[in-house]
Write a protein that binds this ligand. Structure first.
Ligand code: NAD
Length: 450
């Protein structure tokens, strides 16, 4: 069975309830009906600018495969609840589908499609042998007990069946999922394999606990990548990272790690905002990222941090700093919030945090942008390292992971910078152009079956 065809797989997969290409997601209040359209428009813009062949655009305009599942879970009190989950496999011409699994009430097929397409672009841009995939379950995990989340995770994996696999489609953590979620996925997936095959199960996901086959450095990898990219930007602008001040939206895995690593370099955290509220530093020393991470972990968010002062969301966007790091959800930098920002650089830790209208305002106001597909690629790069270690039975050191991550990001940054100069593009369009050129190259060599 080939895993490198532009369609999902020539072998019919053990399919799940409702699994079909083109299936429509249920509409609900949090739906983002236009998110995938936005990615397509961005790809078109970049393809035009870089003069790419129309065929590649056509192929990437629709995901290769979409899986939608509805599955029952037994709750702690004995009730049965139904859940809806998705896995979208956008393109795998460069290698197995790769991308996180998100638990959030706003998850929709359209959102997962967009997130999967961004993974295709991201992997091609940083030139690792993976394609783009993404998954999600429409749920607010905060309303479930830990045991209910575990049962839901296991049942979702069971429902996905052979649609995921170490050489085919490899999930990872995303919003509201973590290393523990990944450990449950490995355990469940292994149980579905014949005993002789179970040794393969470890590489079915990345982002596992280090004690259960994860890679050192994976937990912090996305935040580390964000900081590496800020470091490159700073060097180009002849400033030191340690002299920068910054604000962070979202203090979860990505936001908190970026902040903690920036603290280690001497940069100053001035404000943060998440689902629980917004705070700013009460004194000139800034907020202590480690203490804030501890507080957010314990209480569920940044609100109520004793050393901070509560502010409005609007005031948060207006805090004057050198860098703003969005590390929460999509569509946060809109036309309105982009006008509030008083920063030199937006370093996108989140996927899709900036709307096209917000982007236009950032360009008009000459605020630099390190686009998501470049800036948050550290996560998938170290996921790739974890997958390699699992398949090779190896364990790399933290120093080796960091060094190799930096090397890949350095090259990607240089390629995007080169494209910006070559075609006079903004950084987002240039990043897409680099990725699309890479994908075009492979299709040109391989052709289209038959
Ligand atoms: P997480 O669940 O660890 O944290 C999410 C954060 O967003 C939390 O602090 C939460 O309070 C905040 N948030 C949620 N809704 C919000 C709202 N409406 N307004 C403000 N804040 C809100 O998730 P994460 O893994 O840190 O992911 C954050 C972003 O980074 C997502 O866009 C994700 O796709 C992207 N990303 C994650 C990884 C990864 O390795 N985890 C890799 C690449 C990109």
């Amino acid at each position: 069975m080939s895993t490198l065809t532009p369609t999902a797989s020539p072998t019919p997969r053990a399919c799940c309830a409702g699994s079909a290409s083109g299936v429509d997601s249920p509409r609900h209040p949090g739906d983002h009906p236009k998110l995938f359209e936005r990615v397509r428009a961005q790809m078109d813009l970049a393809a035009e600018a870089a003069g790419l062949a129309p065929e590649v655009r056509k192929i990437l305009a629709a995901p290769a495969c979409e899986v939608a599942v509805n599955f029952p879970v037994k709750m702690d009190d004995g009730r049965v609840e139904m859940f809806s989950g998705y896995r979208v496999q956008h393109n795998n011409v460069l290698g197995p589908f790769k991308g996180g699994i998100r638990y959030h009430p706003d998850v929709s097929l359209d959102e997962v499609r967009a997130l999967a397409a961004w993974m295709t672009i991201k992997c091609a841009l940083v030139d690792i042998p993976f394609g783009g995939g993404k998954g999600g379950v429409q749920v607010d995990p905060a309303t479930l007990s830990r045991r209910e989340v575990e049962r839901m995770t296991r049942r979702f994996v069971y429902a996905l069946g052979a649609n995921i696999g170490p050489g085919y489609d490899v999930p990872a953590p995303d919003v509201n999922t973590d290393a523990r979620t990944m450990a449950w996925i490995v355990d469940t997936y292994a149980a579905t394999l014949p005993p002789q095959e179970r040794y393969r199960a470890l590489a079915v996901v990345t982002g596992k606990p280090v004690s259960a086959g994860g890679s050192v450095g994976r937990e912090k990898a996305t935040g580390q990548g964000v900081v590496d990219l800020i470091d490159m930007w700073a060097a180009d602008h002849k400033v030191k990272v340690g002299d920068l001040s910054y604000t962070v939206q979202g203090f979860g895995k990505v936001g908190a790690w970026a902040a903690r690593i920036l603290k280690g370099k001497g940069a100053k955290l001035l404000a943060s905002q998440d689902v629980t509220g917004a705070i700013k530093a009460s004194g000139p020393a800034g907020l202590d990222a480690d203490a804030l991470a501890e507080h957010a972990k314990k209480t569920g968010g940044v609100a109520g941090f004793p050393a901070g002062q509560a502010i409005s969301k609007e005031a948060f966007f207006g805090v004057k700093a050198d860098v703003f790091i969005p590390a929460a959800l999509e569509n946060q930098i809109t036309e309105t919030t982009a006008r509030l920002l008083d920063v030199r650089l937006v370093a996108e830790g989140a996927n899709g945090p900036t709307t096209p209208e917000g982007d236009a305002v950032l360009r008009e106001r000459k605020i630099d942008v390190l686009p998501d597909v470049l800036c948050n690629a550290g996560g998938v790069i170290v996921s790739y390292f974890e997958w390699l270690q699992n398949r090779g039975g190896a364990a790399w050191s933290a120093a080796e992971v960091d060094r190799r991550l930096r090397e890949i990001l350095d090259r990607a940054y240089a390629r995007v910078k080169g494209m910006v100069a070559e075609k006079s593009l903004d950084w987002r369009t240039a990043a897409y152009a680099v990725a699309l050129r890479r994908i075009e190259e492979v299709y040109a060599e391989r052709g289209i079956f038959p």
